[in-house]
Design a protein around this ligand. Sequence first.
Ligand code: LLP
Length: 431
Amino acid sequence: MGTSVLTVADATTLRYVDETLHMEDVPLDLVARDVDTPCYVYSANTIRRQFERLERALSGVPHRTHFSVKANSNRAILQLLQGLGAGVDIVSGGELHRARQAGFTGRDIVFSGVGKTAPELHAALDASVLFINVESEAELHLVNEVAGQRGQVAPITFRVNPEVTVDSPHEYIRTGEKGHKFGIPFDDVEHVARLALSMPHVRLVGLDMHLGSQLSTFQPYAAALDRIAPMVRSLRALGADAIEYLDIGGGLAVTYDEERPIDLEQFAEGVARATRDLGVLVILEPGRFLVAESGVLLTRVLYRKRSGGKDYIITDAGMNDLIRPSLYDAYHRIEAVTRVAGEVVADVVGPVCESGDFMALDRRMADVASGDLLAVHATGAYGYVMASNYNSRPRPAEVLVDRDRFALVTERERIEDLVRREQTVLQWRSA
Ligand code: LLP
């Protein structure tokens, strides 16, 4: 009995106390009884710890950390990070709205994304965002036009595609290689900069890059900064003398299975070295690093079954609640909330009518029975935000834990919510 430390990543926040998994000082079976399953549960102190670790490591570098809202856009989490002093990196008008609601001001917000619309650009200028990351020549024209209509000058940075090879675990989370859809192709940057300098309604205030996710060493950042740092100088020489930001994106790796987490000291040292003489404020856009390890998805075992010599554990959470295993073959550790004796090798599958609906395949894990609770680990990033209503399943609840307290932060969607916007009486218009 008593306390045993579970993993390195979760050491301080997830542990068994008297055979029951606790997040901080809250037993997770209590949360499941109170809120029902499936539900996401986040540890406030894990987020605080990750933010503080990053800030401590980077204390020698003039910088600001802008949380990438796409990883987890829950208002309670945004407010927590806002209180710690973070800014945000957003990619849509919806994320802008959430950020504003959470209390971020324009100067706290950088606006990224490969396909911003005119209404989104208007909203960004309404909010006086710190800068808009421009990703193409065509977008530059639109930003200049929209700002012109408003009689404003839009602060912009260029997202440059540094065209370096990145060793991310899945091809969908690499973004900075030659030919990717993101950013301005490296060789076009000078031309687009000349164009920007000739435009009355934009001001080039920085350069930006984002290489991909799950980067565990400084090496890809080093390779990219080797190409982008000289560009700061050459663009200034062209007349872009307002450049004051260098946004190096997100991508810091965490441990899901046996991956190497980012070595923060090595990372910070590398950033310091690469940016030392540039006279820029470094912007970072970590998403996963700040929130992934804070979250578990709680799900209840509905059934056990054997088919074709295989054991199945059928849970009440499906791919609509957590799509990472299905979409990226992502690994998430799964543990019984109340310890059980014995192990089994099983597929953990959801109720969705797709063979691709699984949390784990051929996983050696606790030999749980119908009614038992499971915790799917490290689901604080790209979990709830990627949930859908597929199979007309309401999206799960979200809960925040802070020491010995927990609060519902998003209520479970209701069945009525699913049809709320559908029209019952059709208003036909003639073509
Ligand atoms: N900045 C930009 C411009 C990005 O596109 C992203 C992530 C980030 C920052 C934050 O990256 P992070 O620090 O979280 O690695 N759904 C995928 C991840 C997609 C990441 C997209 N962009 C997953 O579940 O692994």
